[in-house]
Design a protein around this ligand. Structure first.
Ligand code: 3PY
Ligand code: MG
Length: 255
């Protein structure tokens, strides 16, 4: 049942995924060796293009782990191409209405759910299955996730979750904190975000769909897992790299 099934079973109490914006497949190779359950390539704020992302996905697949791609805003054509390249899930930012959600499903699911066009050559290689098997299984094997990170999206969360083919929601605490404060504050770890997240968890559970969120670090990711989230991020790769460098320098200066 692929990645969708693993997410639903919440093996190990939820998935921890790496989050990589630096467009280097060799960096993906290294981070994929760590105990992450999946790896996200961020094409919205990261610098991946389609060719580098396809190579990044291949590096994730060498480990047998699911590769996930976050697309740029409203770039649904790229969502189809990334699935063709072997992504197991698509995270789409700024899905603010049921119409946005339907446009996302149209690009990411084959009929009857959507209108994804045929051509998954790299996906067949990466999943190691035949074309007819992929056609029959893809809508259930791959996961379509809508980001909720605006007031409009919060207001429409039930309608978004009700769209057939939307497998779950991903909370973006940074944009949400900016939206909730009318542009006054970047506060992804604030109490307002925690309240919103608790509401989103309840709505996703009521619809039987997945709930995911971006955690700025390991502590935040741990809190999210405790809340019962299905997939969490424990910080971006640049933050992890710089924290590691800082720790090494400070240790060396202490001796
Ligand atoms: C957000 O927090 O707004 C995101 O998109 C995840 O980094
Ligand atoms: Mg965001």
């Amino acid at each position: 049942d692929g990645f969708a099934g693993r997410l639903k079973r919440r093996e190990n109490g939820g998935v921890i995924a790496a989050w990589i914006g630096t467009p280097d497949p060799l960096l993906v190779n290294h981070l994929s060796q760590e105990a992450f359950d999946a790896v996200v390539l961020d094409m919205q704020h990261g610098m991946w293009d389609m060719a580098s992302a396809a190579n990044g996905i291949a590096q994730v697949r060498l480990t047998g782990k699911p590769a996930i791609a976050r697309i740029p805003v409203a770039d649904f054509a790229s969502a189809s191409r990334l699935l063709d390249a072997g992504a197991s899930a698509i995270i789409a930012p700024m899905i603010n209405s049921a119409d946005d959600a339907r446009a996302l499903v149209k690009a990411t699911k084959y009929p009857p759910l959507g209108e994804r066009s045929w051509g998954p050559s790299l996906a067949l290689n990466h999943f190691g299955i035949a074309a007819d098997e992929y056609l029959q299984g893809a809508n259930g094997l791959t996961v379509t996730i809508a980001m909720v990170e605006t007031r409009a999206a919060l207001d429409a969360i039930d309608e978004i979750l009700a769209v057939d083919g939307i497998d779950g929601v991903f909370i973006g605490p940074s944009d949400l904190s900016i939206a909730l404060s009318n542009g006054a504050r970047l506060a992804p770890d604030s109490a307002a975000i925690d309240q919103t997240l608790a509401h989103a968890v309840a709505r996703c559970r009521a619809h039987g769909k997945l709930i995911c969120a971006f955690g700025t670090d390991g502590d935040r990711a741990g809190q999210f897992l405790k809340l019962g989230l299905d997939l969490v991020i424990a910080g971006a790769e640049t933050a992890q790299l710089r924290a590691g460098a800082r720790a090494a320098i400070s240790t060396a200066r202490k001796i």
